[in-house]
Design a protein. Sequence first.
Lengths: 436, 295, 276
Amino acid sequence: MRTKQLLLTVFVSLLLFPSLVFSAGTKESAAKTTDDGVITLSVYHYLDQTDKTTAPNFAYLVEEFERKNPNIKLQFEYGYGESFHDKLQTLAVSGQLPDIILLYPGKRTSQVTSAGLVKDLRPYLQGHENEFADMAMQAQGEKGEIWELPEDISITSIMFTNNRLLKELGLSLPKTYAELLAQGPIIRKAGLIPLSIANKDAWPMQSCVAGMLLERTGGMEWFDKAIAGDARFDDQVVVDAMEIIKELTDKEMFSPGTNQLAYGQGLDDFVNERAVYFIDGGWTVNNMVGELTDEQKTYMSLESFPDVPNQKGKSLSVSATAGQGFGMNAKLSDKESEAAWKWIWFYSGPEGSAIRQRFGRLPAYNLSEPSDADPMIKKLISFAGNVPMGYVMDSVLGAEPIGTFNINLQNMMFGTMSPKQVAQELETMVEAIDRK
Amino acid sequence: MTFSQQKRASYWLLLSPGLLLFSAVIVFPVVFSFSLSFTTWSGYGFPKFMGFANYTKILADPIFQHSLRNNLLIVAISVFGQIPLGFLLAFMLHRRMVKGGEFYQTMIFLPITISPVVVALLWNQIFSASGLITAIVRRIYDDPRYVMTIFENRNLAILPILFVLLWMHTGTYMIIYLANLQKITPSVLEAAQIDGASESQMLGRIILPSMIGTIATTAILAISGSLKAFDLIFAMTGGGPAHFTEVIALYMYTNTFKYYKYGYGSAVSILIVLLAVGLILILQTISRRIERNYE
Amino acid sequence: MTRNVTIWKILSYLIMITFTLLTILPLIWMFLNALKPHALIVRNPLMPPVSFYVLNFVRSWTQGHLGVYFSNSIFYSMVSTLITVFIAMGSGYALSKFSYRSSRVIYMFYTLGLLITVHSVIVPLFIMETKLGMANTRLGVIIPYIAFGLPFQIFLATTYIKGIPDAMQESAIIDGATFLQVFRKIILPVATPIISTMFIYTFLGNWNEFILVQTLTSDISIRSLPVGINSFAGGMSRDYGLQFAALTIGTVPMVIFYLIFRDKIAQGFAAGATKE
């Protein structure tokens, strides 16, 4: 009997254990002000330091900022890929969030934003709302909060087109999905890839294709309803969209072995002119600026996926989202917040946006088109101004439904799941996790 | 200080630094994990008690079942692949069946020294659809669309990983066995040879029986290592495509760090430990029975 | 009889040569590709380099901060390995020669430690370290390295020391030596073979460790080589030339280290795996 009691006591105390650890308060913010009035702020940023385009560009931005604000010192920590999110999660759970953090507008970092760990930026932003693209000013929190100031607009479903190859093959840009399918055999016969996409990491098919197709088959109105729970993700329109992906796979339109190709291979095949079309996000223009030759830039264009059968959404629409941006730790003092805002505003506001635009980004801040920009950047800007925009799935649905959906798309491409099953499981997951 | 006091004091003095560090870094977090495994917790606020709900959910999840199957295959390739092959290699080297044995020994052990991350990237460059093997086959058959379909098959996708694991770890076992073979008195083998025993007979009747203890020990290492397998697979396939190459440690990682289900993830890691303990107990029973048969 | 031997010989050469090729070819291929610019690798991964494009090495070294990472790796591996081996030897001695009842329990405890993955403790560990102000410090890396090294090293040490005849210890004790003196003057010297094995094994493990450094540190100045190498592996950067160069930089030191200590490893394993 006594051992039983002992075991019970041990068990109960073990269960109380986590709460003990986590009730023990959190640390003050890391910001420091030295005697000479210099404020040091810690910043957590998403950056691959070995990226030969982005890393030097970012370093340049920081340099510019520190030159103009000698009394603010920024201390960076970088992460990228999955480990960026792992570390952010660990920092947040342990109450060690840096002063300034790169956050995402959708669900990707909602664990941090919805826990009240970051400040609402609206008071700081007041009066400048009209200077940004509407998409960037959409509410991020439940009460309309803006947790981060979006740096860019990300269009995730651009169909980059090699017009030289098209012409050589005697083809022209397809207006309808059927026309696109009909081009497949001709392109393959020439030893080329019809639609270059590398889906080993499983997110590209969802982020760059599925969301766009959902807008086409269902329309925005349906999309909003489905998110709210008034329509379902296993409606026929979703199955239709899935059928299109399935058909594109079965008719060998995608890169051979697409589910084995690491992200980046898609761009490689396009740059080396082994593919006629290439589906990816606007962020790749950044790389194209450096990797395409001047001659190539004259015949590469940015297009939308052609019209699909029974299209309820808008013709030529793409999926797009306001991108990530910096937010600030809720614990900062007034003076520190002011300094943090200076950086946030510099980065996503007029000054930083102008610099980033020249580097090939599509800033959320409204700028006039630069006359000296790279031809690819000009093409991106004019493309963005001319196409209707729908949702990117991973910015409106939670991490787990999206994670499962990504994988299920692969399953469907392999034939281990049917389009109907993929839609049903998406509905089940969204219902269980996002709509509660 | 009396002798026994001195003895006891030295005992604890020698043990305490290790115990202290081990408890702080491993035991304490594991206890934490254990208690968390009965709750749902997303990282903020208080964990909610759930009883065994996490465990039943995990066991019913087909992705977990497939991961478990992959893990068991990895255990199998370790116990029935790396160990026998390592043993065979050690036997061949010990019986000097090849010239320049030293060189081969070095080459077979070499993969161990390379970081799993590097190994993964290297083999990915070889296996991937944009990599070496595909490039060779495409050239030979002049078919620019050729891809290896083995990676896209739910049951077979794990094979390339098993192959790399076999290549990576056989060397460790070979070295261990080689060292132990050197302890067998040469005269015993010579006597057998004079009596007309073939190499296979010597292997079966003299060498194997004397190595059972060592083999059992290495099998424990093989099992515990196999169930923890993470680095190589994470860097090679990330469990994909479509969870085909998923293993339990990866399943735990995804649930904890990507889906923020700390309670669920903790339950998975507790299951890994339970599974390993179970397998090791079975192994010990078997090896004890075999040893008894030989006595 | 001779036919029998010949079959064995053919089989041996077959397996040995297969293994050797499997090891050498990828490594050579890696090295050759490290000498090619990205564009050339993409166009034709099989072709040998036309000229030696050393810039890959220079750029991966500077862009990836590999210099700093390299010296950190040496520091972490050396310090934590020395401490791990010393503690493991002490524990191994205590667990194998004192015959207290608690030894069995503690030994079991460590054996279970072999089964714990880093991922299942990383979050609580990080929380603990930040509360103690140890996160993002060198000490905060070294301590988990030691703790994770202990179970396997204690396993090796204990089995080895068990094999040292009790008589050696007993005669010294009768002559009035304390147990700590026995440890220092008898056990440690006799156990040199296993110590070198333990040293090499732990060193390799620490050198290649990735997740702990990645999570527990944030400053470039205190991170280690695998973090640097891994940053060439994914993300949006796709320069295969740089990737191969970084892989080469990460691989070569350990291969050299192994070739130097090769004999010690073999010797030590001989000793380490001794049962009884």
